[in-house]
Design a protein around this ligand. Structure first.
Ligand code: PSU
Ligand code: MN
Length: 299
Protein backbone atom coordinates (compact mmCIF):
# COMPACT_ATOMS: atom_id res chain seq x y z
CA UNK A 1 0.00 0.00 0.00
CA UNK A 2 2.77 2.40 0.89
CA UNK A 3 4.13 1.74 -2.53
CA UNK A 4 0.86 2.83 -4.12
CA UNK A 5 0.67 5.97 -2.03
CA UNK A 6 4.15 6.88 -3.13
CA UNK A 7 3.24 6.27 -6.74
CA UNK A 8 0.16 8.47 -6.45
CA UNK A 9 2.01 11.30 -4.74
CA UNK A 10 4.58 11.95 -7.41
CA UNK A 11 3.80 14.54 -10.04
CA UNK A 12 3.65 13.75 -13.70
CA UNK A 13 1.96 16.99 -14.71
CA UNK A 14 4.54 19.75 -14.71
CA UNK A 15 4.32 22.86 -12.59
CA UNK A 16 3.73 25.56 -15.14
CA UNK A 17 4.82 29.15 -14.56
CA UNK A 18 5.19 30.67 -18.00
CA UNK A 19 1.83 31.70 -19.43
CA UNK A 20 0.86 33.24 -22.73
CA UNK A 21 1.44 32.47 -26.36
CA UNK A 22 4.94 33.80 -26.95
CA UNK A 23 6.89 31.40 -24.75
CA UNK A 24 10.34 29.97 -25.45
CA UNK A 25 11.27 26.78 -23.64
CA UNK A 26 14.90 26.36 -22.55
CA UNK A 27 16.58 23.10 -21.59
CA UNK A 28 18.80 22.52 -18.57
CA UNK A 29 21.18 19.79 -19.78
CA UNK A 30 23.07 22.40 -21.73
CA UNK A 31 23.49 24.40 -18.48
CA UNK A 32 24.27 21.45 -16.19
CA UNK A 33 26.20 19.01 -18.38
CA UNK A 34 27.30 21.10 -21.36
CA UNK A 35 29.18 23.90 -19.58
CA UNK A 36 31.88 24.07 -16.92
CA UNK A 37 30.44 24.21 -13.40
CA UNK A 38 29.43 27.73 -12.41
CA UNK A 39 28.69 28.94 -15.93
CA UNK A 40 25.16 27.58 -16.24
CA UNK A 41 23.40 30.10 -14.02
CA UNK A 42 24.91 33.24 -15.60
CA UNK A 43 24.09 31.92 -19.09
CA UNK A 44 20.50 31.20 -18.02
CA UNK A 45 20.20 34.82 -16.83
CA UNK A 46 21.49 36.10 -20.15
CA UNK A 47 19.13 33.89 -22.16
CA UNK A 48 16.18 35.11 -20.10
CA UNK A 49 17.12 38.71 -20.86
CA UNK A 50 17.61 38.00 -24.58
CA UNK A 51 14.24 36.29 -24.89
CA UNK A 52 12.45 39.01 -22.94
CA UNK A 53 14.04 41.74 -25.04
CA UNK A 54 12.58 40.09 -28.15
CA UNK A 55 9.05 40.17 -26.78
CA UNK A 56 8.73 36.58 -25.54
CA UNK A 57 8.68 34.83 -22.15
CA UNK A 58 11.41 32.32 -21.25
CA UNK A 59 10.46 29.01 -19.61
CA UNK A 60 13.41 27.04 -18.31
CA UNK A 61 12.52 23.39 -17.84
CA UNK A 62 13.95 20.88 -15.39
CA UNK A 63 13.07 18.34 -12.70
CA UNK A 64 13.55 19.22 -9.03
CA UNK A 65 13.09 16.44 -6.44
CA UNK A 66 10.79 14.60 -8.81
CA UNK A 67 8.71 17.61 -9.82
CA UNK A 68 8.94 18.61 -13.47
CA UNK A 69 8.88 22.41 -13.70
CA UNK A 70 8.16 24.54 -16.76
CA UNK A 71 9.37 28.04 -15.97
CA UNK A 72 11.88 27.48 -13.16
CA UNK A 73 12.53 30.41 -10.86
CA UNK A 74 16.11 31.56 -10.43
CA UNK A 75 16.25 29.86 -7.02
CA UNK A 76 14.91 26.58 -8.37
CA UNK A 77 17.45 26.60 -11.17
CA UNK A 78 20.24 27.40 -8.70
CA UNK A 79 19.12 24.41 -6.58
CA UNK A 80 19.09 22.14 -9.59
CA UNK A 81 22.56 23.22 -10.72
CA UNK A 82 23.89 22.80 -7.16
CA UNK A 83 22.47 19.32 -6.61
CA UNK A 84 25.11 16.70 -5.71
CA UNK A 85 23.83 14.46 -8.50
CA UNK A 86 22.17 15.97 -11.55
CA UNK A 87 20.64 13.26 -13.70
CA UNK A 88 20.30 13.75 -17.44
CA UNK A 89 16.70 13.23 -18.46
CA UNK A 90 15.56 12.24 -21.92
CA UNK A 91 12.13 10.98 -23.03
CA UNK A 92 13.04 7.43 -21.97
CA UNK A 93 14.22 8.00 -18.39
CA UNK A 94 12.16 11.12 -17.58
CA UNK A 95 9.25 9.13 -16.14
CA UNK A 96 11.43 6.89 -13.95
CA UNK A 97 13.41 9.91 -12.68
CA UNK A 98 10.18 11.67 -11.68
CA UNK A 99 9.00 8.48 -9.99
CA UNK A 100 12.29 8.25 -8.06
CA UNK A 101 11.97 11.92 -7.05
CA UNK A 102 15.30 12.69 -8.62
CA UNK A 103 16.70 16.06 -9.61
CA UNK A 104 17.43 16.11 -13.31
CA UNK A 105 18.42 18.42 -16.11
CA UNK A 106 16.35 17.92 -19.25
CA UNK A 107 17.86 17.27 -22.66
CA UNK A 108 16.21 18.53 -25.83
CA UNK A 109 13.98 15.44 -25.96
CA UNK A 110 12.64 15.72 -22.40
CA UNK A 111 12.32 19.51 -22.73
CA UNK A 112 10.31 19.15 -25.94
CA UNK A 113 8.00 16.59 -24.30
CA UNK A 114 7.37 18.75 -21.21
CA UNK A 115 6.95 21.90 -23.32
CA UNK A 116 4.45 20.19 -25.60
CA UNK A 117 2.49 18.90 -22.61
CA UNK A 118 1.65 22.49 -21.64
CA UNK A 119 1.21 23.82 -25.17
CA UNK A 120 4.58 25.56 -25.66
CA UNK A 121 5.55 25.51 -29.32
CA UNK A 122 9.13 26.86 -29.48
CA UNK A 123 12.37 25.92 -27.76
CA UNK A 124 15.97 27.07 -28.12
CA UNK A 125 19.17 25.12 -27.60
CA UNK A 126 22.72 24.91 -28.87
CA UNK A 127 22.95 21.71 -30.86
CA UNK A 128 20.48 18.90 -31.30
CA UNK A 129 21.58 15.39 -30.31
CA UNK A 130 21.87 12.84 -33.09
CA UNK A 131 23.54 9.78 -34.47
CA UNK A 132 26.94 9.09 -32.92
CA UNK A 133 29.79 7.97 -35.21
CA UNK A 134 30.68 4.30 -35.78
CA UNK A 135 27.14 3.03 -35.95
CA UNK A 136 28.33 -0.41 -37.03
CA UNK A 137 30.42 -0.94 -33.87
CA UNK A 138 28.22 0.90 -31.44
CA UNK A 139 24.65 2.11 -31.89
CA UNK A 140 23.84 5.40 -30.13
CA UNK A 141 21.08 7.65 -31.47
CA UNK A 142 19.83 10.56 -29.40
CA UNK A 143 16.13 10.45 -28.44
CA UNK A 144 16.08 14.12 -29.48
CA UNK A 145 15.29 12.98 -33.01
CA UNK A 146 12.32 10.86 -31.98
CA UNK A 147 10.99 13.65 -29.75
CA UNK A 148 10.88 16.05 -32.72
CA UNK A 149 9.03 13.48 -34.78
CA UNK A 150 6.34 13.05 -32.14
CA UNK A 151 5.73 16.50 -30.57
CA UNK A 152 4.58 19.77 -32.16
CA UNK A 153 7.54 21.95 -31.16
CA UNK A 154 9.91 24.05 -33.27
CA UNK A 155 13.45 23.49 -31.97
CA UNK A 156 15.87 26.30 -32.82
CA UNK A 157 19.52 25.22 -32.84
CA UNK A 158 22.78 25.40 -34.78
CA UNK A 159 22.34 21.99 -36.36
CA UNK A 160 23.87 19.00 -34.64
CA UNK A 161 27.13 18.89 -32.75
CA UNK A 162 30.06 18.31 -35.07
CA UNK A 163 31.17 15.47 -32.75
CA UNK A 164 28.31 13.43 -34.26
CA UNK A 165 27.72 11.81 -37.62
CA UNK A 166 26.27 15.02 -39.09
CA UNK A 167 25.26 13.62 -42.48
CA UNK A 168 23.74 10.50 -40.92
CA UNK A 169 21.75 12.59 -38.44
CA UNK A 170 20.46 14.74 -41.27
CA UNK A 171 19.29 11.58 -43.05
CA UNK A 172 17.51 10.38 -39.92
CA UNK A 173 15.60 13.65 -39.61
CA UNK A 174 14.34 13.03 -43.12
CA UNK A 175 13.41 9.44 -42.29
CA UNK A 176 11.44 10.66 -39.28
CA UNK A 177 9.62 13.29 -41.33
CA UNK A 178 11.07 16.31 -39.55
CA UNK A 179 11.49 19.32 -41.86
CA UNK A 180 14.82 21.13 -41.53
CA UNK A 181 14.37 24.88 -41.99
CA UNK A 182 17.49 26.95 -42.51
CA UNK A 183 17.42 30.52 -41.25
CA UNK A 184 19.62 32.44 -43.69
CA UNK A 185 21.55 29.30 -44.59
CA UNK A 186 21.38 26.77 -47.43
CA UNK A 187 23.38 24.11 -45.61
CA UNK A 188 22.89 22.24 -42.38
CA UNK A 189 25.21 23.82 -39.79
CA UNK A 190 27.34 21.70 -37.46
CA UNK A 191 27.37 23.59 -34.15
CA UNK A 192 30.84 25.20 -33.97
CA UNK A 193 31.12 24.92 -37.77
CA UNK A 194 28.96 27.17 -39.93
CA UNK A 195 28.49 24.56 -42.65
CA UNK A 196 28.36 20.88 -43.38
CA UNK A 197 27.82 18.93 -46.59
CA UNK A 198 24.22 18.24 -45.61
CA UNK A 199 21.30 20.28 -46.87
CA UNK A 200 18.19 21.97 -45.48
CA UNK A 201 14.66 21.48 -46.81
CA UNK A 202 13.92 25.18 -47.13
CA UNK A 203 15.68 28.46 -46.44
CA UNK A 204 13.97 31.45 -44.82
CA UNK A 205 15.47 34.94 -44.70
CA UNK A 206 12.69 36.43 -42.65
CA UNK A 207 11.82 35.29 -39.11
CA UNK A 208 8.13 36.18 -39.52
CA UNK A 209 7.84 34.01 -42.65
CA UNK A 210 9.58 31.18 -40.85
CA UNK A 211 7.26 31.55 -37.84
CA UNK A 212 4.18 31.46 -40.07
CA UNK A 213 5.35 28.33 -41.85
CA UNK A 214 6.37 26.57 -38.64
CA UNK A 215 3.15 27.31 -36.80
CA UNK A 216 1.06 26.04 -39.70
CA UNK A 217 3.16 22.88 -39.97
CA UNK A 218 2.92 22.17 -36.23
CA UNK A 219 -0.84 22.65 -36.26
CA UNK A 220 -1.42 20.53 -39.36
CA UNK A 221 0.92 17.64 -38.58
CA UNK A 222 1.13 17.58 -34.80
CA UNK A 223 4.87 16.98 -35.15
CA UNK A 224 7.93 19.19 -34.89
CA UNK A 225 10.28 21.13 -37.12
CA UNK A 226 13.99 21.81 -36.76
CA UNK A 227 15.08 25.42 -37.30
CA UNK A 228 18.80 25.79 -37.90
CA UNK A 229 21.06 28.83 -38.04
CA UNK A 230 24.86 28.85 -38.15
CA UNK A 231 26.97 30.06 -35.22
CA UNK A 232 27.69 33.82 -35.65
CA UNK A 233 30.64 34.02 -38.10
CA UNK A 234 33.02 35.73 -35.67
CA UNK A 235 32.66 32.81 -33.25
CA UNK A 236 32.84 30.00 -35.81
CA UNK A 237 35.66 27.46 -35.75
CA UNK A 238 37.64 26.71 -38.91
CA UNK A 239 37.29 23.12 -40.18
CA UNK A 240 41.08 22.38 -40.07
CA UNK A 241 41.37 23.66 -36.55
CA UNK A 242 38.27 21.68 -35.65
CA UNK A 243 39.67 18.33 -36.85
CA UNK A 244 42.78 18.80 -34.71
CA UNK A 245 40.82 19.68 -31.59
CA UNK A 246 38.35 16.87 -32.11
CA UNK A 247 41.15 14.30 -32.38
CA UNK A 248 42.85 15.62 -29.25
CA UNK A 249 39.55 15.78 -27.36
CA UNK A 250 38.63 12.21 -28.31
CA UNK A 251 41.92 11.02 -26.84
CA UNK A 252 41.37 13.05 -23.68
CA UNK A 253 37.70 12.12 -23.18
CA UNK A 254 38.48 8.42 -23.23
CA UNK A 255 35.72 5.88 -23.42
CA UNK A 256 32.66 7.64 -21.99
CA UNK A 257 29.59 6.03 -23.51
CA UNK A 258 25.85 6.55 -23.63
CA UNK A 259 24.58 9.59 -21.73
CA UNK A 260 28.10 10.50 -20.61
CA UNK A 261 29.55 10.58 -24.12
CA UNK A 262 28.40 14.05 -25.20
CA UNK A 263 29.22 15.89 -21.92
CA UNK A 264 32.68 14.24 -21.73
CA UNK A 265 33.58 15.22 -25.26
CA UNK A 266 32.27 18.80 -24.96
CA UNK A 267 34.29 19.24 -21.78
CA UNK A 268 37.44 17.83 -23.41
CA UNK A 269 36.96 20.18 -26.37
CA UNK A 270 36.62 23.22 -24.10
CA UNK A 271 39.93 22.20 -22.54
CA UNK A 272 41.98 21.39 -25.67
CA UNK A 273 40.77 24.54 -27.42
CA UNK A 274 41.53 26.69 -24.36
CA UNK A 275 37.97 27.87 -24.20
CA UNK A 276 37.44 28.64 -27.90
CA UNK A 277 34.76 25.97 -28.32
CA UNK A 278 33.10 27.19 -25.13
CA UNK A 279 32.99 30.75 -26.43
CA UNK A 280 31.55 29.48 -29.70
CA UNK A 281 28.98 27.37 -27.83
CA UNK A 282 27.83 30.36 -25.74
CA UNK A 283 27.57 32.61 -28.81
CA UNK A 284 25.44 30.19 -30.77
CA UNK A 285 23.08 29.51 -27.87
CA UNK A 286 22.51 33.26 -27.38
CA UNK A 287 21.76 33.69 -31.08
CA UNK A 288 19.36 30.75 -31.05
CA UNK A 289 17.50 32.15 -28.03
CA UNK A 290 17.05 35.44 -29.90
CA UNK A 291 15.73 33.74 -33.04
CA UNK A 292 13.43 31.46 -31.02
CA UNK A 293 11.98 34.50 -29.26
CA UNK A 294 11.32 36.23 -32.58
CA UNK A 295 9.56 33.10 -33.86
CA UNK A 296 7.50 32.75 -30.66
CA UNK A 297 6.54 36.43 -30.67
CA UNK A 298 5.51 36.30 -34.34
CA UNK A 299 3.73 32.94 -34.33
N1 PSU B 1 23.35 22.12 -26.86
C1 PSU B 1 24.49 22.58 -26.28
N2 PSU B 1 25.06 21.82 -25.30
C2 PSU B 1 24.50 20.63 -24.88
C3 PSU B 1 23.29 20.17 -25.50
C4 PSU B 1 22.75 20.96 -26.48
O1 PSU B 1 25.00 23.64 -26.65
O2 PSU B 1 25.04 20.00 -23.98
C5 PSU B 1 22.65 18.87 -25.00
C6 PSU B 1 21.14 18.82 -25.30
O3 PSU B 1 20.47 18.70 -24.06
C7 PSU B 1 20.94 17.57 -26.12
C8 PSU B 1 22.05 16.71 -25.59
O4 PSU B 1 19.66 17.03 -25.96
O5 PSU B 1 23.14 17.65 -25.58
C9 PSU B 1 22.30 15.48 -26.43
O6 PSU B 1 22.74 14.48 -25.60
P1 PSU B 1 22.86 12.96 -26.15
O7 PSU B 1 23.90 13.03 -27.23
O8 PSU B 1 23.30 12.13 -24.97
O9 PSU B 1 21.49 12.59 -26.64
MN1 MN C 1 22.88 8.52 -26.57
Amino acid sequence: MAHHQHARAHRTTPVRRAAGRAVVALETTLLAQGLPKGQGLPLARELDAIITSHGATPATIGVLDGTPIVGMTHDELARLLDAPTIHKANIANLGPLIYQRATAATTVSATVALAASVGIRVMATGGLGGLHPNLAQHLDISPDLMALATHPVAVVCSGVKAILDVAGTRELLETLGVPVLGFRTNTFPAFYLTHSDASVDATFDDADDLARFASRHLAQHGTGVLVVQPVPAEHAIEPDQWSQWLEAARALAGTARGRDATPALLDALHRVSQGRTLESNLALVRANAALAAQIAAAG
